[in-house]
Design a protein around this ligand. Structure first.
Ligand SMILES: [Mn+2]
Length: 334
């Protein structure tokens, strides 16, 4: 029998008392910039939960919802804004180990009576009134599943789909190190609530626009490997976006190709940003290599096997700075 884990009991009790208090009416819900499947899936499941509790809910995102997630019901309710001046009773913020990741849409301390932080990243900060964080959870969607359970709200099909998308994308189809027995048990519950895996697969992974495929082609043509053959990297320039009529959100999954090369231990994606002379760097690694530590050296962060940062400089220079740091890290590890 699936039970709410003991470790969640005190935070869930605090959360429940906030949700059950009729004075708490106006809710702000948002996640990190460049939202992924877990951020959006989590936001939408939470939205539905709050609506069922008769709350007034506003959903926000600093960046737009990626196109592969637009099939999720209510995704159009997520407003893309850089800032809101409104006041709320409760601000629930997902997947922001540090508040700046939200992108300053709101100043929760000033614009909300109560702040709630739900997160599963490593090295989380306890910046909110209620901090429900668990770096052992595969996804915030998995955590929100337990919130439904503890409120004794049986999942609707739409809620189950949102949570399933969150788990599937964050574990990359139950294949990454954050996948655990619990994720599979929860997934089976979500299937019972009506999730059809082929439908999810087709929408999330099996659909790409012609332009996105052309961007993938342009990116892979220039894939590089370092002199040790252990580090592979892809570079995407703004001109690639321009020529293929694509945008940064179309780079989803491209990084994974670099990790397919045999013997590669760390793989990266360097991408020019809209802001001139800044390069976004994404890191991925095999199980025992902690790229979060490398990303942190450049002011970024994330998870052990998936992290990122943004570095000032032109593409060529940023690559020249980052690759030796990764090489050194791999060398010193032995
Ligand atoms: Mn996540």
């Amino acid at each position: 029998m699936l039970k709410v884990p003991r470790k969640y009991i005190s935070q869930l009790a605090a959360l429940k008392s906030v949700l059950k208090n009729p004075k708490n009416k106006f809710f702000f819900v948002a996640g990190h910039q460049r939202p992924d499947g877990d951020t959006i899936g989590g936001i939408l499941a939470l939205y539905s939960l709050l609506i069922r509790l008769k709350k007034n809910v506003e959903l926000f995102s600093y960046d737009s919802v990626p196109s592969f997630l637009k099939f999720l019901s209510d995704s159009e309710k997520i407003k893309k804004v850089k800032k809101t001046d409104r006041q709320f009773d409760v601000a629930i913020i997902l997947e922001c180990s540090e508040l700046y990741r939200l992108g300053n849409i709101i100043n929760p301390e000033k614009q909300s009576k109560i702040t709630i932080n739900i997160d599963h990243h490593a090295y989380e900060r306890k910046w909110a009134d209620i901090n429900w964080t668990d770096s052992h959870s595969s996804s915030v969607s998995e955590m929100i599943f337990y919130l439904f359970m503890s409120l004794e709200l049986p999942l609707t099909k739409e809620e189950a789909i949102s949570l399933y998308v969150g788990i599937v994308t964050d574990t990359h189809n139950f294949t990454q190190t954050n996948t655990n027995a619990q994720s599979h048990i929860i997934a089976s519950e979500l299937l019972r609530s009506g999730v059809e895996p082929p439908v999810i697969e087709k929408n999330v992974y099996g659909t790409k626009s012609l332009n996105t495929l052309r961007l993938l082609g342009a990116s892979l043509r220039n894939i590089k490997i370092d002199k040790t053959d252990k580090i592979a990297y892809i570079q995407i320039m703004n001109k690639d976006f321009y020529e293929t009529k694509t945008a940064p959100e179309d780079t989803e999954e491209i990084i994974n190709y670099a990790g397919m090369i045999p013997n590669v231990l760390v793989w990266l994606l360097f991408r020019e940003t809209q802001k001139k002379n800044f390069v976004k760097v994404s890191f991925r690694s095999v199980k025992d290599i902690d790229v979060n530590k490398i990303a942190q050296k450049f002011g970024g962060g994330g998870h052990k096997n998936a992290a990122g940062c943004t570095i000032k400089g032109k593409m060529e220079r940023v690559v020249k700075i980052v690759i030796p740091v990764v090489e050194k890290y791999l060398y010193n590890r032995r």
